[in-house]
Design a binder for this molecule. Structure first.
Ligand code: FES
Length: 361
């Protein structure tokens, strides 16, 4: 291939410019974008497109002589473009390499050979990366209607305490087990170790993936249990929460942010992972704001693709001026009315999901 050397600028001027941007900046030549770097007396020029999902490398950082991708942190040698294999794991055994361009200094100018990029070598992907099991197409397995009870109450798993919302959720599941022809599961977020959403979506909607980018990178992250149950196992999800300063629990929001990876598939690919499923809610609190909490939960689960039954939540609060937690707990424990209504919420949800499955089969 013939060479075409393009003058980029005076090295001393470029170094001064690079100093203010962490020794890495975007370089545009004609219609093509590159990333220009300077490390220990050497300039490097790489193609701007990451080998993983095409993120713009010039928006990344320079680390140990490598350009680190801003999206999922793969690293490429700033001079050769060869991936640091550890940085792409566990998703890929090797991140391959991004095209690198030759550079030379002649006279008082830095030149780049734009006709002689090295070859892009594809990454070698692991097929059993963490969370790979989630990537299967959601398909309802035959069998009884499956009801998931999902408690979002925050508590120390080594020192569990009585929770009014969990009490109603568990009792409704137990009764559903006996009186409805369903399978049930209970999942408490407080028993899972899972990371906060780290805002991949805020970098780019394409950086937020399904399965979730965090799940794919961190085998220890237990959000996989929530994903598996919501997307693949459950027909009905009953979510319980306490009211905390007028909102759902902190764990609920921690989970909700991670569920962005499900909703984002609709935005990105018109791919609806949640279909023919029903969500309903159990909301209790020492103080009030039930309707606001229910409104948020209904909106959010609706945006994921869940349907809601008529009368979609059961709730209890003694109100702002009646703060008395012991009385509140006893009230819920002893309330046949609330237990009955929590069970009826499951019953209504099961009736609705059967209809949805029948109509859409
Ligand atoms: S690491 Fe670059 S796009 Fe994922």
């Amino acid at each position: 291939m013939s060479d075409e050397w393009v003058a980029i600028g005076k090295p001393q001027v470029l170094i001064r410019e690079l100093e203010s941007t962490g020794f890495l900046k975007e370089l545009v030549i004609g219609e093509k974008k590159f990333v220009l770097t300077y490390v220990q007396g050497q300039f490097g020029v790489l193609n701007n497109k990451c080998n993983h999902m095409g993120a713009p490398l010039a928006k990344g950082k320079l680390k140990n002589g490598c350009v680190e991708c801003p999206w999922h942190y793969w690293q490429f040698n700033h001079k050769t473009g060869i991936a640091l294999s550890e940085a792409s794991q566990p998703l890929a055994t090797h991140g391959g390499s991004v095209p690198a361009l030759e550079t030379k200094i002649e006279g008082d100018l830095l030149f780049v050979n734009i006709k002689n990029e090295s070859e892009r070598i594809k990454a070698q992907y692991n097929l059993d990366y963490p969370g790979s099991v989630l990537a299967r197409e959601p398909k309802r397995e035959v069998g009884k209607i499956r009801v998931l009870g999902l408690s979002t109450t925050a508590m120390d798993k080594n020192h569990p305490r009585f929770s009014t919302s969990e009490e109603l959720l568990k009792s409704s599941l137990a009764r559903a087990n006996h009186e409805l022809d369903v399978e049930t599961r209970f999942l408490a977020l407080s028993e899972l170790n899972f990371r906060n959403c780290e805002g991949f979506y805020s970098k780019s909607e394409r950086a937020c993936t399904w399965p979730c980018s965090i799940t794919k990178m961190d085998a220890a992250d237990e959000m996989i249990k929530v994903y598996e149950n919501l997307v693949h196992w459950a027909d009905v999800v009953i979510v319980s929460t306490p009211i905390r300063w007028g909102s759902a629990s902190s764990l609920y929001y921690k989970m909700a942010e991670r569920l962005n990876s499900i909703q984002n598939q609709i935005t990105l690919k018109n791919r609806v992972l949640i279909q023919n499923k029903v969500a309903a809610f159990v909301i209790t609190g020492g103080q009030d704001n039930i309707q606001a909490v229910a409104g948020q939960m209904l909106t959010f689960f609706g945006e994921l693709g869940f349907s809601a039954p008529a009368f979609p939540f059961v709730a209890h609060s003694l109100g702002w001026s009646s703060e008395d937690m012991e009385r509140n707990m006893n009230y819920v424990k002893e309330s046949d009315y609330l237990h009955q209504h929590a069970f009826e919420l499951v019953e209504r949800s099961v009736v609705l999901v059967k209809k949805l499955l029948e109509v859409n089969k």
